[in-house]
Every structure is written in C-alpha cells, then in structure tokens.
Design a protein around this ligand. Structure first.
Ligand code: CP3
Length: 343
C-alpha cells in the first residue's frame, strides 16, 4: 500500500504528513534550462500549452529533477479567454495580451465550443496520469473568475487591475454576468480535468489582493464558491485548493465560505495568522520566491520558520507565489532536500 500513497491528497484530507509534501507554483518554467529548450521548439506559448507531447514533457521536467510530490498540468489560466475567442497571445517580453472586452462583448460571450477547444489539455492530463509515478499527485487548475476577468477587461496585465476595478463599479450587472459565466465554464473545465485523471485541482486568484472587503466577498469568494459547489455537485470527491493571493485578513473564513479543502497562502501572511488558519483546515505555502533566488541562509531560515510554525499540522510546502526565472535550479534542489530533512 505505501508505494501508492499520494501525500498531497493525504494533507488535503486533513492529515499531518511529516515531512510535508512539497511542490512549487510555476515549477515548470524558465528557470529550468530544459524548459527553455522545449519552449524554443514550440513556436508560441499557446502552442506549447495545446501540444500534448510538449505539455507532458515540460510538466514532467521538474518531477524528474526534484521528485516533487505533485505535478501541475502545464497550461495557463488564460486558455479560457482564448477558448472564448478573445484573441489571446503571449508576446515576448510583454506578457499576455488579448482583445479588451466591454459590456456588449460580455453580452455576446458564448460558451459553445470551449470544451472542444480545450481537448488537448484533457489529453495532456490523461497522458500525465499514465506517465507519472504512482506516488505523485497530479494537479489540474484554472484561474479564478476575478483574476481571469482582470485580463479580459484590460486586455493585458496591469500592476493594480485598476481597469477591472473601475469597470466593476461602473457596470456591476455586466461584471457579475461575466464572473458567473467564467465560473460555470471553469467548473466544467475542472470536472473534465478530474475525469481525465487530475487527482486535485487548484483555483488561482492571483489578483484577490487588490479588492476591498465588499468586493472580495462579491468578486473573489462568491465566484470561487460557485465553481466549487458546481464541481462537487458533479464529482462529490473532488479535492480543491483555493489560492487568493494578497487577501491578508480576508483569508479568515475563506476556506469555509468557498468550500475549498485547503487554502494557499502568499508570503505576506504572518506565520502566526497562518497557524490560526491551519486550525480551520490544511494550508499550502508560503515561502517568498525571492528567498529561492537568494539561496543560502535566506532560503534556509525561511524554510525553517515555516516548518517550525506550520509543520505540525496539515501543510503542503510551497512558495507564496510562482518561482521566478532568476531562481537557481541548485537552490531548488537545496530547498527540496531541506524540507525533506536531508540538510
Ligand atoms: O505552475 C506550473 O508549472 C504550471 C503552469 C502555469 C503557467 N501559468 C505557465 C506559464 C500556471 C499554473 C500558470 C497560471 C497563471 N498564468 C496565473 C496564476 C498564477 C500566477 O502566477 O499568478 C496567471 C496570472 C497567469 C497569466 C500569465 N501567464 C502571465 C501574467 C504570464 C506572463 C508572465 C511570465 O511569467 O512570463 C504568463 C505566461 C506563462 N505561464 C509562462 C509560464 C511558464 C511564461 C511564458 C514563457 O515561457 O514564455
């Protein structure tokens, strides 16, 4: 039996696992030379996401190197607006771009054909489950409606998502409609990932931290709760991690109000507060990705403090946000070894 333990799933069920399982957000990415080599053969970034041979390969790269306890499907949260025909492209050095949407565009959005468009993603998931070691948890994911909507409204990334915040104040009904539509499409997308072989899924609300209290309830909590309720109505056993980056004190009660099994914590969450949140249920996080760039004592001290405070309860060790391209792969090896107690 022990050889088929999936420790990430054990933590999601509320168990304390020692040492805690570890994976890293954006673990497949530009800090790895083998990723850059595959990326160079793929054409566009979306081609990489939609070519199962290549997406499987880059998903497996960090597993081969570090034997992380979870693999995360290689894709992007913006495949949903791409499937909604918003002309998504990733320009070198500019990040993502798409056609900005307005009230009329929101009214005209049609979910038809989304699942067909995303078929290569489901194929990637099923091939991954077949190729991964039995002990590696396979994670699917989607963006939370708020975070996806911020890119759809602005047409690109912004430092504070001012365009989406302004749009929501000016056009609350249209904005609610957009979020509900994205929630329903995302729920269907996650169910299909689960059916293809994903053991658990994560919902990324990377821009939750720019919302005020009332807006957090309406635009972050409610649509994520809608996704989770819908996924569980269809697949009662679904295991779900909700990550609301930058939400601070608003994380109190977020696990219960959304219905998630575990919540992700960014590195600004004080460990004393993280410990309180862990009394409510499993947590994931929360090392500052810059500590991985720095290495040495900055890395070691950050790891040790998290393990001291959160290591005695249900914890999935992770970063507080994605690993950055400047991270040294050797520092990642040192991180994994230290969490596993080897150095
Ligand atoms: O974690 C993983 O290894 C799985 C793959 C993954 C990617 N994006 C690959 C990617 C996941 C889970 C995401 C999620 C994602 N994408 C989020 C939520 C999490 C977060 O980081 O906040 C967001 C906001 C996006 C949108 C996005 N995609 C942006 C803003 C960018 C450009 C910034 C950048 O780092 O270049 C991307 C591109 C992207 N997505 C890359 C990767 C590996 C880099 C593109 C490249 O290789 O050329």
């Amino acid at each position: 039996m022990t050889e088929t333990r999936r420790t990430v799933l054990e933590v999601l069920a509320g168990k304390t696992v020692t040492p805690p399982p570890i994976w890293l957000m954006r673990q497949a990415g530009r800090y790895l030379p083998e990723y850059r080599a595959t990326r160079a053969t793929a054409g566009s970034f979306l081609d990489l996401c939609y070519t199962p041979d290549l997406a499987v390969e880059v998903t497996l790269q960090p597993i081969r190197r570090y034997a992380f306890d979870a693999a995360i499907l290689f894709s992007d949260i913006l495949v949903i607006p791409d499937a909604l025909k918003r002309n998504v492209r990733f320009e070198e050095g500019h990040g993502p771009r798409m056609d900005p949407i307005d009230v009329d565009g929101i009214r005209d959005l049609k979910p038809d054909g989304v699942a067909e468009h995303l078929q290569p993603v489901f194929e990637t998931v099923s091939r991954l489950r077949a190729e991964l070691p039995a002990t590696t948890t396979l994670l699917g994911f989607c963006g939370a409606p708020w975070t996806v909507a911020t890119y759809m409204i602005a047409g690109h990334g912004t430092p504070d998502q001012a365009p989406a915040r302004l749009f929501a104040y000016r056009n609350p009904e249209a904005f609610d409609h957009l979020l509900s539509l994205l929630a329903d499409i995302s729920a269907d997308y996650l169910v299909r990932q689960i059916d293809a072989g994903a053991d658990a899924v994560q919902i990324f609300d990377s821009w939750a931290g720019v919302l005020g209290e009332a807006e957090f309830a309406r635009y972050a909590v409610k649509p994520v709760q809608r996704i989770i309720t819908s996924v569980r109505a269809q697949r009662s056993n679904a295991k779900i991690i909700a990550f609301a980056k930058g939400a601070g004190q608003l994380l109190k009660g977020y696990r219960q109000s959304t219905g998630a099994d575990a919540i992700g914590l960014d590195w600004t969450v004080p460990l004393s507060f993280a410990r309180e949140l862990q009394q409510e249920g499993p947590v994931q996080g929360n090392l500052d990705p810059m500590r991985v760039v720095a290495g040495g004592t900055a890395l070691e001290d950050g790891i040790d403090r998290i393990l001291d405070v959160l290591g005695h309860g249900p914890l999935i060790f992770n970063l507080g946000h994605g690993i950055t391209p400047q991270a040294d792969p050797e520092h990642v090896a040192a991180l994994v070894a230290r969490v596993r107690g080897a150095q």
